[in-house]
Each structure stands twice: as structure tokens, then as C-alpha cells.
Design a protein. Structure first.
Length: 562
């Protein structure tokens, strides 16, 4: 199909003055016929540093076949990715959240520079998913986002395992509850092939979000990474972006306030990752949609938890696919609680989410996704707490197994490494509150995930008797009474910076409160004598991010200073 003369790519490719541009593109195989068609940028996040994105070269080839078959010309480009799982517990983990901004910026830059008529984002690990969405919203040309799919479950001692089990086994090994040989055996089998982490951790949470919010074709993201059906889904998604181009539908047309509410519902209904709060707040800013941290608590409170998924449940993402896919989640919510989901919201196919959900074929007898009447909990997993320790709010994920109240003495650590050393040396006692600060968006910088610490606590048998709070964040695999995103963060003088060992910290999930038993005057007095630590990085990308990043309560986005 010839490109519309008014489409962006014509500015860069048509006319006598653009002969140089065409000549350069012909050097790498593009023909006049290719360049006369609509040009689709294919942003591929393939990288050789993790299983999550390792297979995306294969899928990109299928996407491009689909685009060509539907009359477009694909131009593939790559961007970076950082593995949370590989870097977990190290200084390298600070790069993870920062990478979200770099990925979004790089996709936006290539899209603007080459003036593509449409965009396709192929994503895998945690930050590539929201980053791809953020870039598509900035560019606001007809777009599709496709998730590479989940890894298959590993098999260890007659049961399925995921990377979560490996991190918890580290704590068990440190406590003498698992031998070195058993840990090595588990390490060798937990991740059997390419694909993103298998539970309803951050990648699969955001994959679910993308189908519910309207950027990914329903039923496509949930297909496992190495399933042959994923190739077909990639080809069809390539065709679909050309259909969307012809219809003239743009991301900001679809991602309305109601679409974001549907996305939050999907997180709450599946016990999804607390990282979704950061990512959806960031995406809402790009879409020009008013969304606050308080919206997550309010929507979660009216959403039943119906998916029995790890980290707190029994099943993994591949089991959701076997049950009928992500649309079954929408189907169960529509059938069991009419009016909760905004059914009229559009999906990439042009059908509404209600139409897509009603058409799905659920696997008979599946118990991965429950009915609303048989929900694991009648309220969702995301809870926002506020109080004198976190005036701007913080996030906790409640699956139904955690204690809802905790009162205990603080054990204060100024880095993740300090806390991990205390946990593995068995100096943390039942009843205590582990406080990890100076790990926030600016202070870290980069707001590291604390899966190493939280999993080690669980592995040592302290998961239900110790609480934890941090201005950093958690992996989607974290479980227990673990509160993250405490804001304002310590590095910017938040009350968490005033805490001392032995201070009594009180968690009250039902009351939505997180407090320290200190007077306002005492907190203010302590903060008067507080001095901001020297920045850990004084140049480079980490320093730039630390200077520009907003509060976690605003999505930890970077923004220009006026």
C-alpha cells in the first residue's frame, strides 16, 4: 500500500532533496517500492544478558513478515535492557529502573529522528514493557506492543519452581536448611529456557496490564516465550499494526482514564507486582491522564483477587495461558462483578475489552483463575499506606497470608548490602522491623529491588514474623509484610531519614497507616540535624538520573528542571 503523502515518513523520503536519504537506505537493501510504503519502526529490546529478551530476534523476524504482508515496510532497531534478576543484590541493580527512562528516550529518539508512520515495540523483561509503552505514548503514532512471553516453569524435587524459589533458597542455605548441593541443583533447573520470570512478578504483571489497557492484542502476550504459537502471534501482531495504521488509531486515543483504571484492576485481580504503581504513574504522565498513588488503593479495594499465582499463590504465567489466557481474567471479572471493568474500552483489534472477554474459550475445569464468588480475597493485593513515616504514601502487596498489623523495634540500615549481611548472619530477630533507606529513586540512585533481602528473610523462616520498609522497591516475587516506595525518600529528607535503631514502628494495613511512635516535634528535631549524604555518583547517567528524578509517589519519572 502506498504511504499517505501527509504521513511523517514522506518528509524524510520523498522529493528531489531526499535523494541522499533514499540512497543510503538502498545501500542496505531497501527498494523504491519499499520506501513508497508506510514505514513502521520496530523497536526490539533483544539482548544477550538474560533469558527474558534472548528470543526476541526470532519474534522480530515474524513481526516484520507480518508488517510486509500487510503492506508496510518495517525498519528494526535495538535498544538496551537491564536484567533485574541477574543484577539483583548488587550495585548493578541500580541501573534497572534508570534503564526505563533510557529505553523510553531511545525509542522516542529513533521514532522522532526517522519519522516512522507507525511503531511496534517488542519487549520482554521488567522495564522494557513500561518503557516501550511510554515511548509509544510520546510518539503517539499508530502502535502495537507485544510481550515476548513467559519462561516455562522449572522442575525441582517433584514440584514446579521459578527464580523466586532460587532467591528464597539462598536464605534457606544460609540458615542451614538447604545443602549446597541442593541449592546448585535448584539453580540448574529453575530457568529452563528463554522467557521472562514465570510468576506474576513485574514482567507478567505488566504484560497483563498491556492487554487490559489496550496496547497489546488480547490473548497474545500470555503465550509462552518458546511456544510455537508465539511466532504466529508475532506475525499477526505485525499485520495488526498496519490495520491500526489504516484506522488511524493512536495510543492516546485508547489510553484514557478508564483504560488506566482497567489496568489497575488487572494488577489487583492477579496479585501483581507493586512496581506496577511506578510504571502506570509514569505511563499516565505520558498519556496526559490524571492518576495518583491513592487511586491504586481505592481501585484495589473494590477488586477481588481471583488469580492463584506466584509469588503467593500456586500457579505460574504459563498456567494462565493453559487456562485460556489473560482474557479469561477479564471474563471472570465481567461475569462476577458487573460494572467493575470498563467494558467499552477499546483493544488493538478494534473490539472492546468486553467483546474480547466474552469471546474467549476458557479451559474446562481450570482453577488458575477463579470466579469472583470463589476469589482468594474480595479485595485486591495493592494497598497504599500513609502516616508520619510516609506522608506521600508507600505500597504494600497483600495476598492474604501476611499479618495485617505489626509493631516492633526498628533495625536501621543505610544500604541493601548492610541489611543483607545482617540477615544472612542471623542477627535479625522475630518481631523486628528491617528498615533499608537511602535506596530511593535519587538516593540509590535507581531504587533497587530488595528481593535478595526479602527472599532471604522468607528462606530463614522470618517471613511472617519480621516486617520490612524501604524507600527502595521490591521484585514482583517478594512476599510478606514488606512496604516499599516510602516517600519522601531518605536522601531528600523524608521522615524515614530520622529513624534510629529501637524506634517503634507500627504497620496497620486495615487502617492504611505506617507510623513511628515519635512526636512530630521529635521527628522535626532529628531532621534539623540531618545532612544529606554525598551523592554516590557525581557524573554520568546515575548522577543525571539522581538530579532529575521525581518522588516514587509520582512514578520516579525524570523531568526537566525549570
Amino acid at each position: 500500500m502506498p504511504a499517505d503523502p501527509q504521513s511523517p515518513s514522506r518528509i524524510i523520503l520523498e522529493g528531489r532533496d531526499r535523494a541522499g536519504a533514499r540512497s543510503m537506505l538502498k545501500a542496505i537493501g531497501f527498494t523504491d517500492e519499499d520506501l513508497a510504503r508506510p514505514i513502521v519502526g520496530v523497536a526490539n529490546t533483544w539482548i544477550e544478558t538474560m533469558p527474558c529478551n534472548y528470543h526476541l530476534r526470532r519474534l522480530a523476524a515474524k513481526v516484520k513478515e507480518g508488517i510486509r504482508a500487510a503492506g508496510g515496510t518495517p525498519m528494526e532497531f535495538n535498544t538496551i535492557a537491564i536484567s533485574d534478576g541477574v543484577t539483583m543484590g548488587t550495585e548493578g541493580m541500580k541501573a534497572s529502573l534508570i534503564s526505563r527512562e533510557v529505553i523510553a528516550d531511545s525509542i522516542e529518539l529513533v521514532g522522532r529522528g526517522h519519522m516512522f508512520d507507525a511503531m511496534f515495540a517488542l519487549v520482554g523483561c521488567d522495564k522494557t514493557i513500561p518503557a516501550g509503552a511510554m515511548a509509544l505514548l510520546r510518539l503517539n503514532v499508530p502502535s502495537v506492543l507485544l510481550y515476548g512471553g513467559s519462561i516455562a516453569a522449572g522442575h525441582f524435587q517433584s514440584h514446579d519452581v521459578t527464580i523466586q524459589d532460587v532467591y528464597e533458597a539462598i536464605g534457606a542455605n544460609a540458615a542451614g536448611k538447604m545443602s549446597d548441593a541442593e541449592l546448585k541443583e535448584l539453580e540448574n533447573v529453575a530457568c529452563p529456557a528463554a522467557g521472562a520470570c514465570g510468576g506474576q512478578f513485574t514482567a507478567n504483571t505488566m504484560s497483563t496490564v498491556m492487554e487490559f489497557i489496550g496496547l497489546s492484542p488480547m490473548g497474545a502476550n500470555g503465550i509462552p516465550a518458546m511456544d510455537s504459537a508465539k511466532d504466529e502471534a508475532a506475525f499477526k501482531a505485525g499485520q495488526l499494526v498496519m490495520d491500526i495504521f489504516r484506522r488511524g488509531v493512536r495510543p492516546r486515543d485508547v489510553l484514557t482514564r478508564k483504560a488506566f483504571e482497567n489496568a489497575i484492576i488487572s494488577v489487583a485481580a492477579t496479585g501483581g507486582s507493586t512496581n506496577s504503581v511506578l510504571h502506570l504513574l509514569a505511563m499516565a504522565r505520558e498519556a496526559g491522564v490524571a492518576l495518583s498513588i491513592d487511586d491504586f488503593g481505592a481501585i484495589s479495594a473494590r477488586t477481588p483477587l481471583i488469580a492463584d499465582l506466584k509469588p503467593a499463590g500456586k500457579y505460574v504465567a504459563v498456567d494462565v495461558y493453559k487456562a485460556g489466557g489473560i482474557p479469561v481474567i477479564a471474563k471472570k471479572l465481567i461475569e462476577g462483578k458487573p460494572g467493575l471493568l470498563h467494558e467499552a474500552q477499546l483493544t488493538p483489534s478494534g473490539k472492546t475489552i468486553g467483546e474480547e472477554a466474552r469471546a474467549v474459550k476458557e479451559t474446562p475445569g481450570q482453577d488458575v483463575i477463579r470466579s469472583v464468588t470463589n476469589a482468594r480475597k474480595q479485595t485486591g493485593g495493592l494497598v497504599i499506606l500513609k502516616g508520619n513515616l510516609s506522608p506521600e504514601g508507600c505500597v504494600v502487596k497483600i495476598s492474604g497470608h501476611e499479618p495485617l498489623q505489626h509493631r516492633g523495634p526498628a533495625r536501621v540500615f543505610n544500604s541493601e548490602e548492610e541489611a543483607m549481611k545482617a540477615v544472612t548472619s542471623k542477627t535479625i530477630k522475630a518481631g523486628e522491623v528491617v528498615v533499608i533507606r537511602y535506596e530511593g529513586p535519587s538516593g540509590g540512585p535507581g531504587m533497587r529491588e530488595m528481593l535478595g533481602v526479602t527472599a532471604a528473610l522468607v528462606g530463614e523462616g522470618l517471613g511472617e514474623s519480621v516486617a520490612l520498609l524501604t524507600d527502595g522497591r521490591f521484585s514482583g516475587a517478594t512476599r510478606g509484610l514488606m512496604v516499599g516506595h516510602v516517600a519522601p525518600e531518605a536522601a531528600r529528607g523524608g521522615p524515614i531519614a530520622a529513624l534510629k535503631d529501637g524506634d517503634t514502628v507500627v504497620f496497620d494495613v486495615n487502617a492504611r497507616k505506617l507510623d513511628v511512635e515519635l512526636s512530630a516535634e521529635e521527628i522535626a528535631k532529628r531532621l534539623e540535624g540531618w545532612k544529606r549524604p554525598e551523592p554516590r555518583y557525581k557524573w554520568g547517567v546515575f548522577a543525571k538520573y539522581a538530579a532529575l528524578v521525581s518522588s516514587a509517589a509520582e512514578g520516579a519519572i525524570t523531568q526537566a528542571k525549570s
